[in-house]
Design a protein around this ligand. Structure first.
Ligand SMILES: [Zn+2]
Length: 213
């Protein structure tokens, strides 16, 4: 039996979202990302959704305590009974401890390992269209005409977030706050390292094999 109570861990640019989506489809389990959950709780107008909306509207981070209760609410829905894949939560050791206290037992935490160089190569090459939102990549998905959007003909830009200095800052934040989760889950015996270099298909093959035995 494959493990189906999963969490994705890894630096920005590791491809967690892509891998999570494919695993969710393959094993027919919901992919649960914090951002999606907050938006959904808000749309449904639940008490928690209203509480979260106050912070979101003020442009503030939704506090851990609210996020944790929203995750709990989401995990108690019927489609999560057979498993789930958490993407972007927990983000800190404090959140991981709260998840434990909730009685949620993860079967596998997939730690997608990618070098800093590779992260900068992947994220640093992204190009976005300010007009239609289409995205390209200098190396992996170049537009037909250099610097011009295939969809609408606008000039492509590099978002401030995707500049090398910004990427290194994001990596620093990851190493300070989220990387301690690697040790936390290794100590629990559920951490599985997955080599995140190579094509998305190659990485997916490794991730699927890792939870299937
Ligand atoms: Zn465009």
């Amino acid at each position: 039996m494959a493990k189906t109570k999963l969490m994705m861990l890894g630096p920005p640019g590791a491809g967690k979202g892509t891998q999570a989506q494919q695993l969710a489809e393959k094993f027919d389990i919901p992919q649960i990302s914090t951002g999606d959950m907050l938006r959904s709780a808000r749309r449904k107008g639940t008490e928690l959704g209203k509480e979260a909306a106050k912070f979101m509207d003020a442009g503030e981070l939704v506090p851990d305590e609210v996020v944790i209760r929203i995750v709990k609410e989401r995990l108690s829905e019927p489609d999560a009974e057979g498993g789930f894949i958490l993407d972007g939560f927990p983000r800190t050791v404090g959140q991981a401890e709260a998840l434990d206290e909730m009685g949620v037992e993860l079967e596998a935490v997939l730690n997608i390992e990618v070098s800093e160089e590779e992260v900068v190569r992947r994220l640093g090459g992204r190009l976005s269209c300010p007009n239609c939102g289409a995205t390209f990549h200098e190396e992996f998905k170049p537009p037909t005409e250099e610097g011009v959007c295939d969809e609408c003909g606008s000039d492509l830009v590099k978002r401030p977030d995707d500049r090398p200095e910004a990427i290194r800052e994001r990596l620093k934040a990851y190493h300070a706050k989220t990387a301690p989760l690697v040790d936390y889950y290794r100590d629990q015996g559920v951490l599985i390292d997955v080599d995140g270099e190579g094509t998305p298909d190659e990485v997916y093959g490794r991730a699927e094999a890792a939870i299937s035995d």
